[in-house]
Each structure stands twice: as C-alpha cells, then as structure tokens.
Design a protein around this ligand. Structure first.
Ligand code: CMP
Length: 227
C-alpha cells in the first residue's frame, strides 16, 4: 500500500520495527481535501494527529488586527495536529490545503493504544515537537530583533530548508507571492516587495512566473546575518 511507503519515510518511525508503518496506517482514517479547503480552524476541538500523504498544508494564525502569520508549511510525510492530540486542547492554529491533499488521521484512542505497543513512537513525536520549538526560537529571535532584510532572508531560507518548492537549473524555485513572504516574515507587503527587489538587484534571487528563484543561498545566509 502507498500509505505505508510514505509513512515509513516519516521521522515518526525511526527505530521502529518494519511492520509499524503498516500497523499505524491501518489504525488511521484516510481523508482527502481539495485545494483551498480548511482541514481545521484554530479553536476547533482536536483529538487527532494528521500525517500528510500527498499535497501541501499551510498552518497560520491571525492577529487581532486581522494580519496573517504563516507558521509553517507541511509536506509529505510530515505530521501536524499533534499539539491538540497530546494536550487535549483546541487546535492552536488553522490548517489549509494549499494543493489537493491526502492525509491519514490518527485519533487519540488509537494513538494511545499504539504507543503502548511502540513506545518509541511517542519519543519520536516528542523529537519532532522539540525540533519545531528549536526552529521557532530562531524565528522569534529574527522576527523580534532583526531588520526586514534578515526577516525576509530567514523566511526564504526556512522554505528552502523545508524543501518547499522544487530545484531548477539556476537555483531553488519557491512558489510564493509577496503578500505570503510578508505573512511569513512578519512585515508589510510593501516592505517584503522592497526587500525582494533589493535582493533581486543584488543577484541573490530572481523573480520568475509563479514565484522566486533562490539563486545564491550563501549570499542569502549572509543577508540573514545582516552582512
Ligand atoms: P494543533 O494545535 O493540534 O493544530 C495546529 C497545528 O499546527 C499544531 O497542532 C501543530 O501541529 C502545528 N503548529 C502550530 N504551531 C506551529 C509552529 N510554530 N511551527 C510548526 N507547526 C506548528
């Protein structure tokens, strides 16, 4: 089954016996979401974890003033929705399908049964959450203290690190519009556009149809550290 194959590449299964992805897949419910649909909204009751099989999901929050902040993009075989599953509290953010998306949904009762059988599964989930917190600390530092250029560079490098987009001959293609760069970097759209133009003029990135081409990752790292 294709689901087992995707699951076996997930960090959830590091160190687990080879049959574990099949057993977990059998305990999950498969669901499909069309492009643009909402998987869940902030505040919804949540008693399940999602494992992405195909497509792409964006997680975001909205400020009191109605500004959007994209927290993360998820790609197969990443896991999300674990916070409500573990804490037994409402969803902490909204999840939207950026493309036609297929997920496996693992409900809490099954999760609790599975971690009795495979205790490492819970440890692996804790590892995933710890890695996200570590990354979020970096992000908080950049978004709090650095100037707009570094914020935009951080956002673009984060997208590249998460393999959001695809490789092209002259660099890494990121499908993104300026408003979305602003949503990631915590700037206004005008500021995001100004920085994009500046980076383009320096030859670090290129504007191409449908997004940006990250041409010089080293130079982008340099911009990140304000050099
Ligand atoms: P949950 O709160 O159940 O629903 C929203 C999900 O978004 C959450 O679980 C996490 O899986 C994910 N999420 C929330 N905040 C972040 C973040 N800062 N970085 C990455 N993922 C997040």
């Amino acid at each position: 089954m294709i689901a087992d194959k995707v699951l076996s590449q997930s960090e959830l299964f590091i160190g687990l016996p080879p049959e574990a992805p099949r057993v977990v897949a059998a305990a999950c419910q498969a669901r499909r979401f069309p492009k643009g649909s909402v998987l869940f909204e902030k505040g919804d009751p949540g008693d399940s974890l999602y494992i992405l099989l195909s497509g792409k999901v964006r997680i975001y929050r909205e400020s009191l003033a109605g500004k959007l902040k994209t927290l993360a993009y998820f790609h197969p075989p990443q896991v999300f929705g674990e916070m409500s599953l573990v804490e037994d509290r409402p969803r902490s953010a909204t999840a939207v399908a950026e493309e036609a998306t297929e997920v496996l949904v693992l409900y809490r009762d099954y999760y609790l049964q599975l971690i009795r059988r495979y205790p490492l599964l819970a440890h692996n989930l804790a590892r995933i959450v710890a890695a996200r917190l570590r990354e979020m600390n970096d992000e908080v530092l950049f978004l709090t203290f650095e100037e707009a250029r570094s914020k935009v560079a951080f956002a673009l490098l984060k997208l590249r690190r998460h393999r959001h987009g695809a490789p092209r001959e002259q660099g890494w293609f990121v499908p993104i519009v300026h408003q979305e760069i602003a949503n990631l970097a915590g700037t206004s759209r005008e500021t995001a556009t100004r920085v994009v133009h500046e980076l383009r003029d320096r030859g670090v990135i290129e504007s191409v149809p449908g997004g940006l081409l990250l041409k010089d990752l080293e130079a982008l790292e340099t911009v990140l550290y304000g050099l």
